[in-house]
Write a protein that binds this ligand. Sequence first.
Ligand SMILES: [Zn+2]
Length: 238
Amino acid sequence: MEPFAALLLVQDHDRTLDQMRHRHATLPEREMVSAAESVLAALAAEEAEVLAPLSELARTQQRLEDEAQGLQAQADAAHAKLYSGEVTAIKELQALQADVEMLRRHQGEVEEQALLVMEEREPFDAEVARIAAARDVATADLATATDALARAVAAVDAEIAAETAVRDAAAADVDAGLLALYERCRSASAYRVGVAKLVGHTCQGCHLTIPAIEADALRTAAAGTVAHCDNCGAILVP
Ligand SMILES: [Zn+2]
């Protein structure tokens, strides 16, 4: 095969590979994964906001419940002592009776406060439950998106591997020095073009015209003469 023709073929494959890599980098499944991750991050932030006041209320509730329990134990002890027969003096018995009543009343008040705190907790508890349910959904969405992404990546990877094999086979037909020159030109080119056909006076790499005298000189030059487009740097193929 004519060396430049083989090089043009290599570039066709390189273009296809570029498109495949671009597709690999911009798979819509990546959006799905990051969308699910964003939802989870937002839920974690919402939960943190709810958990702070909730744990404060839970601590208060626990403290009140412990206090009520302590008062109940004291009242029970006083009550037991009252009917134990140990105390016989009437004044002492009356005082003990008053203690029991006072302790029971205080216990009732503290239990009432604990109930109020429990009511205060309810909207926060509901919010935590809502967030947990939303997180279950988002976690499932993330798993689905991650699976879909893995499958899509594997599919494009396989396409890239197959195309790379075909590209490398085509590149084997090109002189190593010319191939290296092409690769340098292509990686330096804003157009990602390392070799381009010259049609009339127009470089097909950048679609700009080159001076007629240069185009004509290239057409009459010996086969294999290497000339570059002044604009995009591509190796020109007359
Ligand atoms: Zn050009």
